[in-house]
Write a protein that binds this ligand. Structure first.
Ligand SMILES: Nc1ncnc2c1ncn2[C@@H]1O[C@H](COP(=O)(O)OP(=O)(O)OP(=O)(O)O)[C@@H](O)[C@H]1O
Length: 545
């Protein structure tokens, strides 16, 4: 993710080299004026000095602008990339990795907003350091070598400590990932938490507080080490100054006149050295964030198996078949499957209404996820209109609209229909008995908070507006009042059937089972009954025997 292209390196050098030469020019002039060098005590030197400062300032402004543009592009492009990766990920991957990965990835990306500042200061500081050291060499080779050795010693200690830090910075990120799980629990389980003092206390005392305390201790330790290292670098330089002032002249390695130059240079480069050292913690954070974003992108880097077609072409639907379809759930770190579905053999013809029934955990929703292409089967084949389809999602995207148990009403209209002045929408609001609830045909009126049952009805309206031939409903009627439930089974389904819809509905409402064309019963992930409905009594007899 963090890779510089040759063009960017050229830009960086085009800025950094002249800028450092100019900054060095400033030190060089100061040094020579302090040393009383005749050539520098000219009137025009003041103008040269100010010009260098102004020129260097302008160069920095221009470069900062470019670098800011580059890093913000990097930041925002990656935000978009992460979003599109999530949209491409299979449901199973998302269920396994958890939504908190998304939040920490965005947080990791934000670290890169410090990139322009860090890069500019590092490049300037490094080049400045090199030039000042070269200048020192022109004054006295041996002394320069001693000074370099001392700087290397201080830097060496620093880097050793730094190296051990990246593991701890990564560990800190891990704590934050868990923290987001607790945030998720609070947001989604707020009501359950409100109802139980014990649960709230347990969440706080046994989970959140230990997590935050461990995180705080580690965060403190990391920052304390960074701070200590910065102090080492600062005081280490005073130590170098002490060597220049008291030892090198005594040993006859440096003339008293050159001592001034050396000290001026050391004091001048102490800024860049401290910069380089301070900025190391930013690099450690960049490295960790970069590695984690890479991991995130890898974890979500899958061949996009979503059928990407915007084709409005009406699909001709006659039949859909499962041939020996199998699927398994695996718990983390477990070889054997925790639940296996199939082999499933199933057929549905155009215009049929099928109710999927069975006990809790019998595999109905898993079947719906396979049918809608959200789960990829581990074996078997799917046929549409008698023709085998390699890409299951091709079937689902073009044919099926669905309302899931945990339906969601989007905050905006992402579909290709408009609600305003849409007669079909107005008619559906009436059919769903929502015309008194939804005030008008404006988007805002459709995207507010509804009661659970109303929200399901809105989702069904949106599913019907997609005008796809197959409608899949997972326990849709479970949230409806008895009056509307009766209306749904006895009038709405027959009406949709009359309009040519093929309906597959998961249901527990055995009072209405007889109203389907067929009942498909699941148990332990397998179809154990596939019955044509006749009379209510006959069905009851056949279904439960
Ligand atoms: N994401 C998952 N990971 C692992 N196991 C799962 C997952 N989802 C469901 N299961 C397991 O698979 C089995 C079938 O679950 P499924 O949701 O398909 O049942 P269901 O028939 O729809 O039940 P219900 O009537 O309660 O909604 C259950 O044992 C369940 O615990």
């Amino acid at each position: 993710m963090l890779k510089l292209k040759p063009k960017e390196i050229v830009y960086l050098l085009l800025y950094a080299i002249p800028n450092t030469v100019l900054s060095f020019g400033i030190v060089y002039i100061i040094n020579n004026i302090l040393a009383g060098n005749e050539r520098f005590l000219k009137n025009y030197m003041g103008i040269v000095f100010v010009s260098i400062i102004v020129y260097s300032y302008l160069l920095n402004v221009i470069f900062q602008k470019k670098l800011n543009k580059f890093s913000f592009k990097l930041l925002y492009d990656n935000e978009k990339h992460i979003f599109s990766q999530i949209l491409k990920a299979p449901l199973q991957r998302l269920e396994k990795l958890g939504s908190q990965r998304f939040f920490t990835a965005v947080e990791d990306l934000r670290t890169f907003s410090f990139l322009p500042y860090t890069v500019t200061h590092t490049v300037n500081s490094l080049l400045m350091l090199v030039l000042c050291l070269v200048y020192m060499f022109t004054l006295s080779t041996l002394s320069a070598l001693i000074v370099i050795a001392l700087i290397v010693l201080v830097a060496g200690c620093y880097f050793m400590v730094m190296k051990s830090m990246s593991k701890q910075v990564a560990q800190l990120r891990g704590y934050n990932e868990n923290y987001y799980k607790f945030v998720d629990d609070v947001m989604k389980g707020f009501k359950e938490l409100k109802l139980s003092f014990f649960r709230r206390e347990s969440l706080m005392n046994n989970f959140l507080i230990p997590n935050r305390n461990q995180s705080m201790d580690l965060d403190f330790k990391i920052n304390y080490i960074f701070l200590s290292i910065n102090l080492i670098s600062q005081y280490g330089l005073y130590f170098v100054v002490a060597v220049i002032l008291f030892i090198l002249p005594e040993m006859g390695l440096l003339s008293r006149a050159d001592v001034i130059s050396y000290v001026v240079i050391i004091l001048f480069i102490s800024g860049p050295i401290n910069n380089i050292i301070n900025l190391q913690q930013m690099y450690t954070r960049f490295m960790v964030a970069n590695a984690r974003i890479k991991k995130f992108i890898n974890d979500f880097e899958i061949v996009d198996d979503t059928y990407n077609s915007n084709s409005k072409e009406k699909q001709d639907f006659q039949s859909l078949s499962f041939k020996d379809i199998t699927f398994s759930y695996h718990n983390e770190n477990e070889e054997s499957a925790s639940f296996t579905s199939g082999p499933i053999n199933f057929d549905i013809q155009q215009g049929e209404t099928i109710f999927i029934v069975g006990g809790n955990g019998s595999g109905k929703s898993t079947f719906i996820n396979l049918l809608t292409g959200l789960y990829k089967p581990t074996g078997g084949s799917m046929l549409m209109n008698g023709e085998e389809k390699a890409d299951v999602t091709e079937i689902t995207q073009s044919l099926i609209s669905a309302v899931f148990t945990d339906n969601h009403l989007f905050s905006h209209n992402y579909d290709d229909y408009q609600l305003e002045n849409n007669e079909e929408y107005a008619a559906l609001l009436k059919t769903m008995q929502l015309n008194g609830v939804v005030e008008n045909d404006k988007e805002e009126s459709a995207r507010r908070r509804f009661s659970k049952g109303q929200s399901k009805r809105m989702s069904l309206i949106f599913a019907l507006l997609e005008k796809k031939p197959v409608l899949v409903l997972d326990e849709w009627a479970a949230d409806q009042d008895p009056h509307f439930r009766k209306y749904f089974y006895e009038q709405l389904i027959p009406k949709l059937k009359e309009e040519g819809k093929t309906i597959i509905a998961v249901t527990h409402d055995d009072a209405y089972f007889h109203l389907a064309d067929r009942i498909v019963k699941f148990d332990y992930g397998k179809i154990v009954r596939d019955l044509k409905t006749t009379t209510k009594e006959e069905l009851t007899e056949n279904l439960w025997v």
